[in-house]
Ligand binder design. Structure first.
Ligand code: KG4
Length: 284
């Protein structure tokens, strides 16, 4: 409910900022720049953060630097791994995006492939709702799937010549199965769903690794908190590929990752002005 999300942002933003400064034991004087995210996302919530950031930047006379939310998810990894440096391949999987991104440098990206329909997180949430697990579905599927057999049910995979994804076919297949067989073992269904989406992700990842000739794969976005997907990606280490994934608390949306991306934009000399506006469908 976008309107409620915006109102909640308004209620929380001053309090959260104050608490963050207190916990870090710093004041506004210690800050180098204000780095709000300006897209992609819900326009109302984006505008709340952006208006607050602009006012703050003006009031305390610190530069304003806009951050792309997807760049933030990638930069969450730099907080967890001090040694991680581009170039690498990022598998970006969240509630609104699923992309394979060639991270050429801290602020230079090339999208190699993306979903043609649902984002992977949307598919998790929709499946969870239909099988009666509620929202947000990802963590609930993750938990229930641990009791199921990932090989119990065969589900469809959509392949493309290039590095694009599709998750609507598998989502619909799970929903149809559940409608036709209401007594189906839900844990098996969730486990099989996780296994199939992992395979889809890893097949395209392997193709992308070949295409850009890298040995480093970095996960990002809310769905990278999924324990089955994390385990499957870790197995790529046996093939000589270095695999990084953010700390669990940095996988889903958070402000620290936006600050991390903002830091790299800052040292790269980027600067926004007070005309910076929210861009709900901002691309990398
Ligand atoms: O990255 P994120 O916090 O928000 C966006 O920027 O989109 O991702 C939210 C998505 C939701 O769809 C949620 O169900 C999913 O991440 N998610 C998970 C898990 N934790 C969160 N999906 C699968 N397994 C999880 N453990």
């Amino acid at each position: 409910m976008p309107e409620i999300a915006s109102r909640n942002h308004i209620e929380a933003i001053s309090r959260v900022t104050k608490k963050a400064l207190e916990e870090a034991n710093i004041t506004f004087e210690d800050i180098d720049s204000i780095t709000p995210t300006y897209g992609p996302g819900l326009v109302g919530a984006l505008l709340v953060g952006l208006s607050y950031a602009k006012a703050l930047s003006f009031a305390i006379d610190k530069p304003l630097i806009g951050v792309n939310h997807i760049q933030g998810h990638i930069a969450a990894n730099y907080i967890t791994y001090k040694e991680l440096e581009p170039p690498f391949l990022c598998v970006m999987m969240s509630g609104g995006n699923t992309q394979l991104v060639y991270v050429k440098d801290y602020t230079k990206f090339e999208v190699l492939g993306k979903t043609r329909d649902d984002a992977i997180g949307e598919a998790f949430d929709k499946v969870a709702r239909v099988v009666g697990l509620g929202y947000p579905g990802g963590p609930k599927i993750d938990k229930l799937a641990k009791e199921g057999n990932p090989n119990a049910i065969e589900l469809p995979k959509t392949h493309f010549e290039n590095l694009d994804f599709s998750f609507s076919g598998i989502k619909t297949a799970v929903i149809n199965l559940h409608h036709k067989m209401p007594d189906i073992n839900k844990a098996d269904l969730c486990a099989s769903f996780e296994k199939t989406v992992s395979e889809i992700l890893i097949e395209n990842t392997m193709k992308a690794i070949k295409q850009i000739d890298t040995k480093t794969v970095v996960l990002a976005g809310g769905v990278s908190a999924n324990s089955y997907i994390r385990n499957e990606f870790m197995k790529l280490q046996d093939k000589g590929i270095k695999v990084y994934m953010p700390d669990m608390k940095l996988c889903t949306d958070n402000a620290a990752m936006i600050g991390s991306a903002g830091y790299y934009n800052f040292i790269n000399g980027e600067k926004s002005d007070l005309n910076l506006n929210a861009v709900p469908n901002l691309k990398l």
